[in-house]
Design a protein around this ligand. Sequence first.
Ligand code: IMP
Ligand code: MG
Length: 180
Amino acid sequence: MSPLTGVLSDLDRVLLSADEIRARVTQMAQQIETDYDGKVITVVVLMDGALFFVSDLLRQIDLPIRLVTLGASSYHGGTQSSGQVKINWPAGVDFAGHDILLLDDILDTGLTLAALRERLLAENPATLRTAVLLDKKRPREHEVPLDYCGFEIEDLFVVGYGMDYQGRFRNLPCIGILKP
Ligand code: IMP
Ligand code: MG
């Protein structure tokens, strides 16, 4: 594999290496597999940030899974949240009575996941749990109960492993902080 020295050169520092992410995602998959034993999981994924997380996670879960992808945005290309969530709700998906696992890349203000949870709960699922790879340690404007969390990180803007800055850096294999 290419060492991606071009895109990596934009990083000030690496916060989580590809190996650290891989090991933690494997642990999370094992935990989820144990918790959902005997069930079918309806995984609802927020695209595009959770793309690599969901891909690596789900391929290690030995249970039947229904995959639903959603688009939701509160960021509009910058590093500050706009305070509003736009959800592209999928047509024709049945959530009632299903065991839903909501997945996102990172919990920041909580606005996105809180809005999504509320919308999903209105569909009367049997259960609703939430998993994120990263949990930013910061005052939370919207409380979101987390059932699975990969890492707690400082309140910094991160890129890589699916997460972008103005549409770039999603393809970094690690998670890092951009140069100022
Ligand atoms: P929240 O609604 O403020 O919790 O923001 C959640 C969404 O904002 C996540 O799904 C990410 O797509 C994006 N986001 C939040 N923090 C970061 C970051 O540090 N880097 C890249 N995207 C982020
Ligand atoms: Mg996102």
